[in-house]
Ligand binder design. Sequence first.
Ligand code: PEP
Length: 244
Amino acid sequence: MRTPLIAGNWKMNGLADAATVLAGQVVDAVSAVDGVDIVVCPPACHLERVATAIAGSNVALGAQNCAEVPLGARTGEVATEMLADLGARYVIVGHSERRQFYAETDELIAQRFQYALGAGLRPILCVGETLEARESGQTEAVIAAQVDAVKTVLGESGFGDGIIAYEPVWAIGTGRTASADQAQAVHAFIRERVSADLRILYGGSMNAENAESLLDMPDVDGGLIGGASLKADAFAAICAAARQ
Ligand code: PEP
């Protein structure tokens, strides 16, 4: 049985006080939701205060990125050991904004995935095709390369406790969601390449209105939520929709 997982990616939003307030609102809004793993991923500079705000609740802490090397000389980076030390249990790797704006490659992302597992974190590997790739029939080739990069670094069964988030780039922050059938088709394709136990989330303009139809699909095990995770009520409604 795969426990549903809903993770909020707050991206680079909110100053310190706003992060504390939002964390408290999320804790209150989801307190009655059981049977769902619930995660918030604030900016790195807010991890500690959010850890304090969610302590003792059913909300876990995640980070948005991590380094691919151990503690040491990497100016500006945050090591997986540091994230674990702050109480993080999850970390997003390879978000399409990192691939697009910071030229992160499949190989680098696979190494981050490996280090995250090594530090006892659950990495959430983001994969997804651009609109151009979809329209030229390249969706499966792109996804296969992104997933297989982790296998190259870690071996066939190397996903461990990790998670995959299918996030079509054309659906992120655009208000244009993949249909439930489109999402299911790609999730089933990913499922064939990984173990039956691995959780595969959908991400891309998921909101309180469309969550149920996406989460009803057999291979959609949860969601990675951007914009809607910044409103506690909307995020809580998605968490409730994921309840088994
Ligand atoms: C994301 O950035 O991971 C995401 C899914 O964003 P949004 O929900 O805003 O499309």
